[in-house]
Design a protein around this ligand. Structure first.
Ligand code: PMT
Length: 442
């Protein structure tokens, strides 16, 4: 699976460094050429010789230890890597990467590489939850760095919780999935201009990934809506906004103008787009419908509350009897309404399911008159709500379009948008008119 791939494996100074030996060996068994860079702290936990023996390559620990006069080692490694994998990644190296520091062999290579970067953090549970670490990770995510979340369990420091580096088998699986998707993406990017035929000439830039959505306006919703019970209490859900933000950022990087409508979220929205903050489902309904005419593509990633309290107390509710019954009433279904009003727009919904995924997803697709629906299993802890990763099934009216295996939400978003771009009618006669063109006809 990894035959012909060059992987730079960065090992940093945590107890999980010992697991990196198994990781190195497994990557090698899958056919990858593995070049290991260790930080000086990593050498306190495991020896250079271990990695040299397993990888059958020189191990790098010092930027200035240039063994081959014909190359500058960190640039050479950076240029030749298909993937840079950092496992385990300490809070320190994550912070250095987020701030662009380059004071050792690993961080100089990371800064110099154009290859994708995959990071498997490992640290104490409180360190991992610390806002500084989480913010650094968010910054890196926005730059396209992928993360394999640590697992929960007993940590070497004695605590139990989230912080244990993902198992080497899991990381290798992730690398293989990334590799398969990257290959598919490359094929679809090469295939697209020929699929579009003469139309590609009519729409300059459609052949390249970066320009696939140029001239289009993409409306994305993200996060969860929130329904107030009284001034201090509310009903909401677990959506962090990560999936929607990844979709919005990917659309922007593919040349689209993006309007992002965000409910309650736990991470910062991406830059380079108009962001409209909303609270309740009704607020989201108003914002989305007011922007609908301007949109060519709508992707509803938000987790929308189906019900709201009939009465919203203006003062904080006081304790009264043993039970408090809150009466709820139906919220509008935003996507269903968009389906009814659909003109030129390409509509994509997300389906949060726990069972009968295909049946429920296709039912939503038909009921809401969608072009595509992206189903995810929200009962999983390693995907769906809040996780950095997701695994999705994309359906159209005729059935399954593609199953995207577990990977970073940023990767899912890019692949989804490629699938959307492939389906936009192309060519002067049948091309979907952009929102601007529709207005100019009116
Ligand atoms: O934000 P994250 O933590 O990254 O999590 C991502 C996610 C799990 C929220 C996301 O991947 C996801 O599944 N979003 C859809 C959540 C949802 O509301 O699903 P649903 O099956 O209830 O609704 C189907 C579609 O109808 C959705 O596109 C939803 O936005 C839309 N809807 C639902 C109800 C409603 N009243 N109006 C709507 O428009």
């Amino acid at each position: 699976m990894l035959q012909g791939k060059t992987i730079v494996l960065g090992v940093t100074g945590g107890i999980a460094a010992y697991k990196a030996a198994a990781l190195c060996s497994k990557l090698k068994q899958e056919g990858a050429e593995v070049h290991v860079i260790m930080t000086s702290s990593a050498t306190q936990f495991i020896s250079e010789l271990t990695f040299q023996t397993l990888s059958r390559q020189n191990v790098y620990t010092d930027t200035f230890d240039e063994r081959d006069a014909s190359v500058v080692s960190h640039i050479h490694l950076a240029d030749h890597a298909d993937l840079v994998l950092i496992a385990p990644a300490t809070a320190n190296v994550i912070a250095k990467m987020a701030h662009g520091l380059a004071d050792d062999m690993l961080t100089t290579t990371v800064l110099a590489t154009m290859a994708p970067i995959l990071v498997a953090p490992a640290m104490n549970v409180h360190m991992y939850a610390h806002p500084a670490v989480q913010q650094n990770m968010d910054v890196l995510r926005q730059r396209g760095v992928m993360f394999i979340e640590p697992e929960e369990g007993l940590l070497a420091c004695g605590y139990t919780g989230k912080g244990r580096m993902a198992e080497p088998e899991h990381i290798v699986e992730h690398v293989k999935q990334w590799c398969a998707t990257a290959k598919e993406q490359a094929v679809s990017e090469v295939a697209l201009p020929s699929k579009l035929g003469h139309d590609a000439e009519l729409q300059p830039g459609l052949g390249g990934g970066e320009e696939l959505l140029s001239g289009r306006t993409v409306l994305v919703t993200a996060g969860g809506t929130l329904e107030r019970i009284d001034p201090v209490r509310y009903i909401t859900n677990d959506s962090s906004g990560k999936m929607g933000f990844a979709v919005a950022d990917a659309a922007r990087s593919m040349g689209a103008k993006v309007i992002l409508i965000a409910g309650q979220t736990q991470v910062a929205p991406p830059e380079g787009m108009e962001v409209i903050a909303v609270e309740s489902t009704q607020d989201m309904f108003d914002a989305v419908t007011s922007q609908y005419d301007n949109a060519d593509i709508v992707i509803m990633t938000a987790a929308v509350a189906d019900y709201r309290p009939v009465n919203r107390a203006t003062q904080k509710l006081k304790k009264t009897g043993e039970k408090l019954i809150i009466e709820l009433e139906r919220n509008p279904d935003i996507l269903e309404e968009l389906g009814k009003r659909k003109m030129h727009q390409f509509l994509v919904g997300f389906a949060a399911e726990t069972e009968h995924v295909e049946q429920y997803a296709i039912d939503k697709l038909r009921r809401k008159r969608l072009d595509l629906i992206v189903a995810n299993d929200v009962s999983r802890s390693d995907a769906g709500f809040r996780s950095d990763n997701n695994e999705v099934l994309i359906y159209e009216e005729q059935g399954l379009v593609e199953r995207i295996p577990l990977m970073a939400k940023t990767g899912i978003a890019k692949r989804l948008l490629h699938i959307v771009a492939e389906r936009l009618p192309a060519g002067s006669g049948q091309r979907m008119l952009t929102a601007e063109e529709v207005r100019s006809l009116e």
